[in-house]
Design a protein around this ligand. Structure first.
Ligand code: FAD
Length: 509
């Protein structure tokens, strides 16, 4: 039995939504993973008369493809799509059976219009919470366009392939055998990468907005909803809807909700935003802001959006170490997401740079997977909460180095070590290891407007109690501002303030 009773009960409800027959073509050997995969496929078939199973030989064993009767869709799972990928399997079954994916019609048309042959392969780990988005996006593309196919590959079941392709971060996607991208990617981002996103003139030709929000995290979503509820023309332009929340696993301090998860909260935010007919433009990156009669926001694709008021809510990103080797070995041993990439370092020695809460949490998490974790903290003491430090020091496979400065991440084609300086003795040391997780905090995404709006020495936009910046008509909210604390609920509150502040500005001007 691969599925427990609770999951089976939920699955049974979903399978009732299947609209037509689906043929699972299964390529199995005599190994343990094949046996488990066959058990899963048989369980699925026993649960719905719409699911048929046929034995075959596919490019990888063990794997199975999900097809319409008489027509291959190109959706293949190599390994067993349980863990975080179970939803990907359920959605694939529903979509191949004829159920429409929950995607805007405009995006569906874009996918259907892609010409040519595209074979995607995505390497994932079953514990990676960023991977299902990519797997599901590529599956939707395969289901909708016969020229597109996609194979999800569980790195743990295909270790040799992962080693030979030197994959050290998930998800990693290959297109027609060539590296395509790594890390979380939305469907819109994949389409834009394929050159199939909306073109610049389409965006520039839009009528001016009353309020244009730059950034689609919790602060941007909140600002846009507050503005749109005033009945004014509101848009959001963002690189990635959801912001940092998409990278967050458990959330226990979103008041009134005892526990939720990042992607779930983002889905609710998106639904709420859509409720108000807000024009959401993703994946689009703003690169310049200028106040003329209207405020102009220029995007990296050259498009210029115009608005009477603008709310900047571009949040923050992981801070880089800035030492030699960091950029060269990114995704080749240098990682930022322990939840996603930790499993790829099973049995290896890794370092975590940073002794704050996120660094110590990462080290505790990794200690359960890898052989040994070395924590490097610049200051003489760790900054993490006492309870986390206690847990960390109780672990047998963790070494903590305090008062040390990371000098270089070394390697040839991938990371092989780290060099640090003991700040007390000024002696240089080198440790041989295979992975470095950088956890040294965040920097505001304001580089593109430092000459336009007033920022403090950390690059955070200075706002007043209405969310107004130094430029009339330009407001800001969330982690990109000088607010004392950076949290979801705080960013949503400041988004609401900025939305109301912008409306107030419009009625007075
Ligand atoms: C791993 C992790 C765990 C966390 N856990 C919690 C938690 O448990 N509870 C909690 O309350 N908080 C948590 N936080 C903090 C919380 O996620 C942030 O405070 C919150 O997301 C800030 O929201 P924001 O909208 O200001 O910015 P962000 O969430 O950073 O969103 C910024 C938005 O701007 C977009 N953007 C950036 N630059 C541009 C540009 N040039 N052009 C267009 N768009 C752009 C981004 O794509 C994104 O849409 C966590 C953060 C991290 C990283």
């Amino acid at each position: 039995m691969m599925l427990d009773a609770d999951i089976k009960a939920q699955l049974a409800q979903y399978l009732q939504l299947m609209e037509g027959d689906v043929l699972l073509k299964v390529s199995a050997g005599s190994d343990d993973v094949s046996r488990d995969m066959l058990a899963l496929v048989d369980e699925l078939a026993a649960m719905s008369s719409h699911i048929k199973v046929e034995k075959t030989s596919l490019e990888r064993t063990p794997s199975f493809s999900v097809n319409r009767i008489g027509e291959d869709t190109g959706v293949t799972f190599a390994g067993i799509p349980l863990g975080h990928e179970f939803t990907s399997l359920v959605l694939a079954l529903l979509q191949v059976s004829g159920r429409a994916p929950k995607v805007d019609q405009q995006v569906i048309d874009q996918i259907k219009n892609i010409k040519g042959e595209y074979h995607f392969e995505s390497y994932i780990s079953l514990s990676c919470h960023n991977c299902p988005d990519v797997v599901q996006a590529l599956n939707v593309m395969s289901v909708l366009n016969p020229g597109i196919s996609h194979t999800m590959i569980d790195g743990a079941a295909f270790k040799d392939e992962v080693e030979s392709k030197e994959i050290m971060a998930v998800p990693t996607v290959f297109l027609n055998g060539e590296f395509f991208g790594s890390g979380r990617m939305t469907l819109e981002e994949i389409l834009a990468k394929l050159g199939s996103g909306p073109d610049a003139s389409e965006l520039s030709n839009k009528d001016p907005f009353d309020v244009l929000v730059v950034g689609g995290g919790p602060s941007g979503a909140s600002a846009a909803i507050y503005a749109a509820r005033k009945g004014i023309r509101t848009g959001i332009v963002a690189e990635r809807f959801g912001g940092q929340v998409m990278d967050t696993l458990g959330i226990e301090n979103f008041i009134s909700v005892k526990y939720t998860e990042g992607p779930k909260l983002v889905a609710s935010l998106e639904e709420h935003v859509k409720e108000y007919g807000i024009d959401v433009m993703t994946p689009q990156r703003a690169k310049r802001l200028e106040k003329k009669d209207l405020i102009e926001v220029e995007l990296e694709n050259g498009a210029v959006l115009k608005s009477k008021a603008v709310i900047i809510s571009t949040g923050a990103r992981w801070r880089n170490l800035g030492v030699p080797g960091e950029a060269e070995f990114k995704n080749k041993g240098v990682a930022y997401c322990p939840h996603c990439d930790g499993p790829l370092f099973e049995g290896k020695h890794v370092a975590v740079i940073g002794g704050g809460n996120s660094g110590v949490e990462a080290a505790i998490d990794l200690a359960g997977i890898v052989k040994h974790v070395t924590v490097l903290e610049f200051m003489p003491e760790l900054k993490a909460d006492a309870v986390l430090q206690e847990r960390l020091y109780s672990l047998p496979n963790v070494t903590v180095l305090k008062n040390v400065q990371t000098k270089e991440i070394t390697g040839t084609d991938k990371v092989n070590g780290i060099t640090y300086i003991d700040r007390a003795t000024e002696e240089e040391h080198h440790i041989e290891l295979q992975g470095v997780f950088v956890q040294i905090g965040l920097v505001p995404n304001t580089d593109w407007l430092r000459d336009t709006v007033e920022c403090n020495r950390f690059g955070e936009i200075i706002v007043d109690k209405h969310g107004a910046t130094s430029v009339p008509g330009v407001f800001a909210a969330g982690d990109c501002t000088d607010s004392a604390y950076k949290q979801i609920i705080i960013s949503m509150g400041s988004g609401a303030t900025a939305g109301l502040g912008a409306f107030d500005y419009l009625i007075r001007n």
